[in-house]
Design a binder for this molecule. Structure first.
Ligand code: NDP
Ligand code: BG6
Length: 485
């Protein structure tokens, strides 16, 4: 069945920081693709603001170059590029200055359409912009404000950020992006769990041995060195993306697929995470240089750096459903391959009826692959076909989303396409609520504080991470899944 594209109503979108990396690499391509698919109409008005000395024609040229760089050639067809560019207006504006805000007001529609302000600027400008748009009367009940990580660097700063936004906006107006929630497979995890009767009865400590959540990258931190060195993998990936994946895997079924119903359930999971008191339950690492690859130190331009480019940890959830089931989380740069997945490892069968010569059947694994090759696989044990008695063989039920989309002639949408359209539609289901962000920091902060005098273990580029991360599972008779593409 081909899914139907429902166009969104006319809207205004103001992108602060429109000349920056995020805008060029993600936002402009996402908006273009939504127009190409017929979801965003020519009535949309996109005001692109930054300090650079450009006029609208100059900015349209920049946006057109961004399309050439970040959108594949075969997606650019017909008059869509021109139609898209004509929706863009540039506004030269320094957000720290008093000037320019009235001009912004003049560019916005007064027909009651929703207006979203996307703060694609450094976090130090969040409060400044929030206050300025309020002061000049650009906030009403149709206003939405969109922010991206980093949402603070610890609990205190996250609370302060939430306080700043709460002064001018209702929580229902604040859209905190975690782009992992916009990934197609992450949404499919909810479909898998709550639109099928098959798995939910097995989704608990009685049947599941453990869960592995991996977000491995093959690239290093090149190009983002000084920023990343001040952050590290725990803040960059675990506090947000990995904990969100854990929440969606572990949460109870919400009563409805509605923003607060879903977010209430995720919050309960975060609050049920046991404090990670045992230092041996967390391993951090840093990649070393190779013959043809630079070391983290060089990329970070900091020879003394103790920042981690890798984290592996064991989390446990104190509730009836998950008592005794470890959730192993792992993320890192310069690992063997780029792979993100959630693997649900089921328990062994309680008793084998087969002779010892048949070899014990392997336990089932349900793997939800976020990237690459988005899809779901279920590993099963079957009889090796043919004569030779009862010998077993592992096989996989493989549901590839990429293949199913290819059959319909479609491509896998980027997370930002879905998320920006949800902002316009006013649907916060895939966005983090302020209390979720705080709960995640509450759990992560003590772990980071515990590292004050520790040195990360070194690992080779192209490996699976430091040796001691393997021990995290080996000592419990388990092993990590291969980081294979
Ligand atoms: P960049 O540094 O590439 O872009 C910053 C933008 O802000 C530029 O357009 C710059 O334009 C503008 N800017 C800077 N100062 C001012 C000012 N005083 N007034 C108005 N505009 C200003 O950053 P990114 O695009 O990489 O990141 C933007 C935000 O998104 C950050 O908070 C970042 O943490 C977050 N983020 C980025 C991701 C990415 O992939 N890049 C991923 C996730 C989050 P000009 O110099 O013309 O004013
Ligand atoms: C970002 C992190 O949030 O996610 C980056 O800041 C990381 O360090 C990126 O590379 C990974 O996203 P994806 O979608 O490529 O898995």
């Amino acid at each position: 069945m081909v899914s139907r594209v429902v166009p969104v109503d006319p809207f205004d979108l103001v992108v602060f920081g429109a000349t920056g990396d995020l805008a060029r690499r993600k936002l402009i391509p996402a908006l273009y693709r939504r127009m190409a698919d017929g979801q965003m109409l020519d009535t949309a008005r996109i005001i692109c603001a930054a300090r650079s000395d450009l006029d609208t024609d100059g900015f349209r040229k920049l946006a057109s170059d961004a399309l050439d760089t970040f959108v594949s050639k075969d997606e650019i067809e017909g008059d869509t590029r021109e139609r898209f560019l004509s929706c863009l207006t540039y506004l030269q504006l320094d957000v720290t200055s008093e000037a320019g805000w009235d001009k912004l007001r003049g560019l916005l529609s007064d027909d009651g359409r929703p207006c979203a302000y996307y703060l694609s600027v450094a976090p130090r400008f969040f409060g400044v912009i929030a206050e300025a748009i309020r002061k000049v009367g650009l906030v009403d009940e149709q206003t939405r404000i969109v922010i991206e990580k980093p949402l603070g660097r610890d609990l205190e700063s996250a609370r302060e950020l939430n306080r700043q936004f709460a002064e001018g906006f209702a929580e229902s107006q604040v859209y905190r992006i975690d782009h992992y929630l916009g990934k197609e497979t992450v949404q499919n995890l909810m479909a898998l769990r709550f639109a099928n009767a098959l798995f939910e009865p097995l989704w608990n400590a009685q049947h599941i041995d453990h869960v592995q959540i991996t977000a491995a990258e093959s690239v290093g931190i090149e190009g983002r060195g000084p920023y990343y060195d001040n952050v590290g993998a725990m803040r960059d990936m675990v506090q947000n993306h990995l904990l969100q994946l854990l929440c969606l895997t572990a949460m109870e079924p919400p009563s409805h697929f509605e923003p607060d119903a879903v977010r209430d359930e995720k919050l309960k999971v975060l609050r049920a995470l046991q404090p990670l008191n045992d230092p041996s339950d967390v391993v951090r690492g840093q990649y070393r240089g190779g013959t043809s690859t630079s070391a983290y130190h060089d990329d970070a331009e900091n020879p003394e750096s103790r920042t981690e480019s890798f984290v592996a940890l064991k989390a446990t959830i104190s509730n009836w459903r998950w008592a005794g089931v470890p959730f192993y989380l792992r993320t890192g740069k310069r690992l063997r391959n780029r792979v993100s997945e959630i693997a649900i490892q089921f328990k062994d069968i309680p008793h084998s009826i087969f002779s010892a010569s048949a070899a014990a059947p392997k336990s089932n694994v349900l793997a939800i692959r976020l990237q690459p090759d988005e899809g779901i696989t279920l590993s099963m044990t079957i009889k090796d076909p043919g004569p030779g008695g009862m010998r077993f063989k592992e096989t996989e039920l493989d549901m590839s989303f990429a293949d199913s989309l290819a059959l319909t002639g479609k491509r896998m949408p980027d997370a930002y396409e879905r998320l920006i359209m949800d902002v316009i539609r006013g649907d916060q289901t895939l966005f983090m609520r302020g209390d979720e962000v705080e709960a995640a920091w509450s759990w992560v902060d003590p772990i980071i504080h515990g590292w004050q005098n520790s040195v990360p273990s070194l690992y080779d580029s192209g490996s699976s991470g430091p040796e001691d991360s393997l021990m995290l599972l080996h000592r419990e008779g388990r092993r990590w899944r291969e980081i294979s593409a």
